[in-house]
Design a protein around this ligand. Structure first.
Ligand code: CP
Length: 287
């Protein structure tokens, strides 16, 4: 794997191999290396907190320095520089580029001309494969399995790229999927399967849900309908269920649920650092 563009690049075996490596990161130590091993770039055309910061942190913990271009408005992009020229330029300085861009397919375009590995950190309404790897790792760690789970995906399923990547990888497993969204924000047909249950209502699915994955409304992509879960609705979930959210959140999950043992969205963030460390090792050190 020279670049990480789509979750389609993973299969059952390569996921298993990666998750074993992520487990090792959990019990590893913080490494520092002098002189530094090399440098990665985080090139973000759209805002980010978790993805940008966790790649930065993962790289520095492994002994790499980081060239951060998180505000492209202060770069030559504002003078009309193409994505391709920007990638060729940054790729002359660093060993790997983590790219977030507003257009679906931008990472694939970048990879087609890049001399260094490209990791897709979100491409418009396309995919967010490293988020999916940490989502799936969290499910696996918390539930000790993925096969057989009843998974409810709720929110802006039309424009949420984390859901698009997640649902693709869940197709590798024997899971039951419920899709809950306002009618204007339904999952696009390209990701649907005939066995999926679609609804605008959460409550009929609450009691049988093992994993609830909630996403925010993507206002920046034109989504308008708001939705939110109340504490009493969340309490209809089984005691053994887990609740995930890629964050950031708006109003869809109440902060009063944060201390509930079923709320695992801050654990997801911690797992994200481990997953990204394992990925950087794989791409930069071949292990
Ligand atoms: N989950 C996620 O991608 O968060 P950021 O937009 O903060 O990176």
């Amino acid at each position: 794997m020279k670049h990480l563009i789509s979750i389609d690049q993973y299969n059952y075996q390569s996921l298993h191999t990666l998750f074993e490596k992520v487990d090792k990161e959990e019990y590893g130590f913080i490494e520092t290396s002098y002189p530094k091993k090399g440098q990665i770039a985080t090139l973000f055309y759209e805002p980010s907190t978790r993805t940008s910061a966790s790649f930065h942190s993962a790289a520095t913990q492994l002994g790499y320095s980081v060239l951060s271009i998180n505000e492209v408005n202060y770069s030559s992009v504002t003078k009309g520089e193409t994505l391709e020229d920007t990638i060729k330029t940054i790729g002359s300085y660093v060993d790997l580029i983590v790219l977030r861009h507003g257009e679906k397919g931008a990472s694939k375009r970048a990879a087609s001309i890049s001399q260094v590995p490209i990791i897709n950190a979100g491409d418009g309404i396309g995919e967010h494969p490293t988020q999916t790897l940490l989502d799936l790792y969290t499910i696996w760690k918390e539930k000790s399995k993925i096969d057989g789970l009843n998974i409810t995906l709720m929110g802006d399923l039309k424009n949420g790229r984390t859901v698009h990547s997640l649902i693709k990888i869940l197709r590798l497993f024997n899971v039951h999927i419920n899709l809950i969204s306002p009618s204007s924000l339904k999952l696009p047909n390209e990701y649907l399967k005939h066995s999926d249950q679609e609804s605008t209502q959460f409550l009929p699915y609450a009691a049988t849900t093992d994993v609830l994955y909630v996403t925010r409304v993507q206002k920046e992509r034109g989504s308008k309908e708001e939705y939110k879960l109340s504490l009493s609705e969340l309490n209809q979930l089984p005691k053994t269920a887990i609740v995930l959210h890629p964050l950031p959140r708006r109003k869809e999950l109440p902060i009063t649920f944060d201390n509930d043992p079923r709320a695992k969205y801050f654990q997801q963030i911690k797992n994200g650092l481990l997953v990204r460390k394992a990925l950087l090792r794989q791409f930069l050190e071949n292990n």
